[in-house]
Write a protein that binds this ligand. Structure first.
Ligand SMILES: [Zn+2]
Length: 130
């Protein structure tokens, strides 16, 4: 089905959005530490403690607001690369492809790149692999 990759990407983005929305609390996450006695780092808003500053900063950087912004951006890209029946330069008017990429290749390379993080998902079609 021509829009299978679109449905796949929208379903994965729905999952990421739901998880980030559920995790969203009062605001931005931030890092503090290390504690004098334990040497642990904290990620505030969750109260979680970590032995590594790098891990703590990584988690805080991916707070729900950041993740939701990324989901919104990826949805815009998916919309830009949705299939069209009017590919510029196509000899057949019914030809399907990506108008943005001006290719009949489907899914286009951009959608395959977007799907890449979910290559281990059971619904990932391995023909989408780069
Ligand atoms: Zn495209």
């Amino acid at each position: 089905m021509i829009d299978e990759v679109i449905a796949f990407l929208r379903a994965r983005l729905d999952e990421v959005e739901a998880a980030a929305s559920a995790a969203r609390t009062s605001g931005q996450w931030w890092v503090d530490g290390p504690a004098e006695q334990s040497g642990l780092w904290w990620v505030y808003d969750t109260g979680a403690k970590f032995e590594s500053e790098d891990v703590a900063r990584h988690i805080a950087r991916h707070d729900p607001t950041y993740v939701l912004d990324n989901v919104a951006t990826m949805r815009l890209i998916v919309d830009e690369h949705s299939p069209t029946s009017r590919v510029v330069g196509a000899s057949e008017p019914e030809a399907l492809g990506c108008r943005t990429c001006r290719t009949r290749e489907w899914p286009c390379r951009t959608l395959r790149i977007l799907a890449r993080p979910w290559c281990d998902h059971p619904e990932f079609d391995h023909t989408w692999r780069l």
